[in-house]
Design a protein around this ligand. Structure first.
Ligand code: HSE
Length: 311
């Protein structure tokens, strides 16, 4: 074990689903990122401190980072192992930007560094899913995986885990976070359990097109494939301004976009920075007009995933 070491961890925000790929596609972005500090302790067990304003639980089993770390510690199997974790949460919980995944993924990547990379990245995804279960009641990996691997990722299967990292061309990502609350558990509850075959055919055509577009650096194909006929028509009702944002941003030249994760954030992909900036202005004017507070980020794909450095 890497004793006496203290590390600083930065864990990127992520955009899950990527419109048509519900629960299977996701990408990491460079801004915002959560910050954490992790230290090996002589005292066995896990202690968590939050230095942010979100008043999140610090009891390890009830904390998303804690649940992920406890799973890792149990599998490591050393009863004497102890960690002190300090979390400075920057990605607002409930934003749709993978806040819980950043905590879970950041914590296990950091711990693995201190354990001399004892576990594989796939193991870390498996541990971090315990944090998602605490956050939303469901183990899903479409935020955790890009957070750990960086870039664009495909979760072909969760049980057993089958992860594919996808190459992708450089892209700008504009994200607006309207300051309303949409709980992931609620946004999952409202979904229909059955899908019509004609919708399924459209959806898997789009997913295949999107994956091919990423691999072939084909921006037009990426844009055409960013269409969701199953989830978005239901969830978008929870997000004021959604239809206007989407229509106006595409008219301004964005490749396309949609709900980030389970919302309420909305993202748009652009090939050029000038388009991403024009999209930012459109998002601002839509939310100014309807009188909903918001934050907007213009950022790029994060290709590294969780960042760790000794301090
Ligand atoms: N795939 C999940 C959902 C992501 O859309 O419910 C939640 O962040």
């Amino acid at each position: 074990m890497n004793t006496k070491k203290k590390i600083r961890i930065l864990a990127p925000a992520t955009i899950a689903n990527l419109v048509c790929g519900f629960d299977i596609l996701g990408l990491a972005i460079n801004h915002p990122q959560d910050e954490m500090y992790l230290e090996v302790s002589n005292e066995p067990g896990l202690r968590i401190t939050h230095t942010d304003r979100y008043n999140l639980p610090t009891e390890p089993a009830k904390n998303v980072a804690g649940a992920a770390l406890l799973a890792l510690m149990e599998e490591y199997g050393d009863a004497g192992l102890g960690f002190d974790l300090t979390i400075n949460k920057i990605i607002k919980p409930g934003s749709g930007l993978g806040s819980s995944a950043a905590s879970s993924a950041g914590a296990v990547v950091g711990a693995n560094y201190l354990l001399n990379n004892h576990f594989s990245k796939m193991d870390l995804v498996r541990f971090a899913m315990n944090g998602e279960k605490v956050a939303s009641g469901v183990k899903h990996a479409d935020n955790i995986t890009p957070c750990i691997y960086g870039g664009v990722t495909l979760i072909r299967s969760i049980f057993p885990l089958d992860i594919v990292s996808l190459s992708a061309p450089p892209m700008y990502v504009t994200v607006v976070h309207p300051q309303i609350e949409v709980k992931t558990s609620d946004a999952r509850q409202i979904l229909r359990k059955e899908v019509q075959l004609k919708d399924a055919i459209k959806q898997w055509g789009n997913i295949a097109g999107l994956v091919a577009g990423f691999l072939q650096n084909d921006y037009e194909l990426i844009g055409r494939s960013l269409e969701d006929v199953i989830i978005e028509p239901i969830r978008s009702i929870l997000i004021p301004g959604f239809d206007d944002v989407k229509k106006l941003c595409k008219e301004a030249g964005a490749l396309g976009g949609g709900i980030s994760g389970s919302g309420p954030s909305v993202f748009m992909l652009s090939k050029e920075e000038t388009t991403a900036r024009a999209v930012e202005q459109i998002m601002k004017s839509v939310y100014d007009k309807i009188g909903v507070d918001y934050h907007v980020h213009v950022t790029t794909l994060n290709t590294e995933g969780v960042w760790v450095k000794e301090v």
